[in-house]
Design a protein. Structure first.
Length: 184
């Protein structure tokens, strides 16, 4: 009895010891499929964002969170309305005024006033002729305006060739210009 089982085991062992031949085409196909797979950790952040955007998500909002979101929207709306500038005056109602300042050592001069919300970035002046003369032309509708010159982002100067008025809001000297409404 043992002879037959030993013979079967021996035949099985001989069969398993034989060399196995793999088709080279199969090996090539398997390697191509493996290299085509995305490697873990090689995804870009843009790909991750895109996958996240394509998946459905559930948003849970508490009443307090809803109030905070509504308040944030209200603040944005109020701030955008506050930032809106009034429309430019019609050409026939406005008159062009040239402002000038002699500032020999200045590197930057801006005209600020209630006509540009005292914003030094909105009306920069340019050097004209000599290096000491700074000018800008501004269209103004009839009315009374307070203005000043802002020199080198640090000095606030009233116009030496115009009447000086004390500015109640900031306490700094400013000049006054009155633009008439008649055809003069």
């Amino acid at each position: 009895m043992f002879d037959q089982s030993e013979d079967a085991v021996e035949r099985l062992a001989r069969h398993l010891r034989r060399a196995v031949r793999i088709n080279p085409a199969l090996d090539e196909r398997v390697m191509r499929a493996i290299t085509a797979l995305p490697a873990p950790g090689r995804t870009t952040w843009l790909g991750e964002v895109w996958r996240w955007l394509k998946r459905p998500h559930q948003l849970t909002l508490t009443p307090l969170g809803g109030l905070a979101a509504a308040a944030a929207v209200a603040v944005v709306v109020v701030l955008t309305r506050m930032d809106s500038r009034p429309p430019a005056p019609p050409e026939e109602d406005s008159r062009a005024f040239q402002f000038a300042l002699v500032a020999p050592h200045a590197t930057r001069v801006s005209l600020v006033g209630d006509f540009n919300d005292w914003d030094a970035t909105r009306t920069p002046m340019r050097q004209t002729g000599t290096e000491a003369l700074w000018t800008v032309v501004v269209p103004l509708v009839p009315g009374r305006y307070h203005y000043a010159f802002f020199v080198d982002d640090s000095r606030w100067l009233a116009d030496p060739s115009a009447p000086v008025a004390r500015d109640e809001d900031y306490g700094a000297p400013s000049s006054v210009l009155t633009v008439g409404g008649g055809g003069s």
